[in-house]
Design a protein around this ligand. Structure first.
Ligand SMILES: Cc1cc2nc3c(=O)[nH]c(=O)nc-3n(C[C@H](O)[C@H](O)[C@H](O)COP(=O)(O)OP(=O)(O)OC[C@H]3O[C@@H](n4cnc5c(N)ncnc54)[C@H](O)[C@@H]3O)c2cc1C
Length: 412
């Protein structure tokens, strides 16, 4: 089996990369150990936005860390054995917390997020599933009026870039989202966005379309990658795949695969959870984030999904079961009429780098090794643009945006 390009990992990042390459006439093999798009790319909150451009490390965020780690809502936790890895990663993360770096990172995030709504609408219309995406606000709901501040740096940056936002009080929020419990004093409505109604299904239909474009989708758990005789080889479960170019899009697992080629990248698992509740008559009109708990609630085809949390842990560590009861309490607080009996609990890993930006580009240009991973909290929305610009890089064309912020070797 030999292809022009082998894409390793069929999350949304790998799928969009394969789609763009195939559209450019490349013979592509896309390999995943499971069904396409069913890891992080499936269990997320489905927010698609040009305006999700607030890097993790805001200036002064360190002051909020004790509250985030120890407060009742625990939006952040570090599993006990992970602290030795967390300290160096967290130090690099915190060093990005100046306004200058924050603005620079927000600009680079914007380049990947800006076309996300249009690209998803175009691709989903092309594959005959336009109804898997719908227009939406992103509602940031605050329990205390004083915290809803349009002058805060992240909202100011969005406004500078043209986002339409509106500050509403308790009554204004109830008009937009009548199902929400009256526990929020204020909300910021960020307009001009969209949300996916079933992120997992989006991966499936796009992968099916990739097959129609000629992409060969293979199921194998790849244990080894190496270069031999001018080609890349990937070996898994006794099978060998060959191509002249290799693109690693294996989400949080990318670091482990690349370590064997001598590359060391500070990629960690920032795990998140969701609770999906077949919701009957209870539904939301938009994506709603409870800003204290950092939990996003959204009505999807499978029910009402509450997704969030940032938990740093080893990739293969078991889920923290206490998160399920916490999510249940948070769901009951936001939407008291929900029947939680049939709620389904899920955990997945965001691939996160300390500067809140993904790696996209050539890991070894002369050898035909490329990568796209580390999209952290915005990987679904950044995936279509990632696939587009990475394809340009692979084919030696000039991408439409400055690629230097995503340079793969910036941590060396
Ligand atoms: C709770 C939560 C909420 C989120 N909400 C949003 C949101 O609203 N909007 C947004 O844009 N982003 C959101 N994200 C982030 C987003 O889900 C991720 O950034 C994105 O899905 C990463 O995509 P990916 O393709 O890089 O990785 P993945 O989707 O994880 O795909 C990686 C693929 O590689 C495969 N793979 C790995 N190793 C191997 C191997 N050795 N052999 C074969 N296959 C392999 C895996 O099976 C997997 O299919 C959220 C994440 C979480 C956890």
């Amino acid at each position: 089996m030999s292809a022009d390009v082998m894409v390793l990992g069929a999350g949304l990042v790998g799928i969009f990369t394969a789609l763009n390459l195939a559209q450019q006439g490349q013979k592509v093999v896309l390999i995943d150990r499971g069904e396409p798009g069913q890891e992080a790319s499936s269990g997320n909150a489905g927010v698609i936005s040009p305006w999700s451009i607030a890097p993790g490390c805001a200036p002064g965020v360190w002051r909020k860390l004790p509250g985030m780690l120890l407060g009742a809502d625990k939006p952040l936790n570090v599993q006990a054995g992970f602290w030795p890895k967390m300290v160096p990663w967290g130090t690099r993360f915190l060093l990005n917390g100046t306004e200058k770096k924050y603005r620079k990172t927000a600009n680079a995030m914007y380049e990947l997020c800006r076309p996300s709504v249009t690209l998803y609408k175009d691709w989903l219309a092309l594959v005959g599933h336009a109804k898997l995406i719908t227009d939406s606000y992103y509602i940031h709901a605050f329990r205390h009026q004083n915290n809803a501040n349009l002058d805060a740096l992240d909202y100011a940056i969005r406004a500078e870039k043209g986002a339409e936002m509106q500050l509403v009080g308790r009554i204004g929020l109830a008009e937009v989202e009548p199902a929400l419990a009256p526990i929020y004093d204020a909300a910021i409505l960020i307009k001009g966005q969209a949300r996916l109604l079933s992120p997992g299904r989006v991966g499936t239909v796009l992968a099916e379309y990739a097959c129609r474009l000629g992409v060969e989708i293979q199921c194998a758990d790849i244990g080894q990658i190496f270069r031999e005789g001018g080609d890349w080889q990937a070996i898994g479960q006794g099978r060998v795949f060959r191509a002249s170019k290799l693109v690693v899009c294996a989400g949080v697992w990318s670091e482990k695969l690349l370590r064997k080629t001598g590359l060391h990248i500070p990629l960690v698992a920032e795990r998140g959870y969701h609770l999906e509740i077949p919701s009957g008559h209870i539904s939301l009109n938009h994506s709603v984030m409870d800003m204290a708990g950092k939990i996003v609630a959204s009505s999807m085809r499978g029910g009402l999904r509450l997704a969030g949390a940032a938990e740093f842990a080893a990739i293969d560590a078991p889920p923290s079961e206490w998160r399920e009861s916490l999510l249940r309490r948070q769901a009951a607080r936001m939407l008291p009429d929900l029947d939680l009996f049939h709620a389904r609990f899920w955990m997945g890993s965001r691939p996160s780098l300390p500067d809140s930006l993904p790696i996209i580009g050539a890991l070894s240009p002369s050898e035909g090794l490329f990568g796209a991973f580390g999209h952290a909290h915005q990987g679904v929305m950044m995936a279509p643009m990632t696939g587009k610009v990475l394809t340009d890089v692979i084919l030696g064309k000039k991408p439409s945006i400055d690629m230097s912020p995503y340079h793969p070797m910036r941590f060396s």
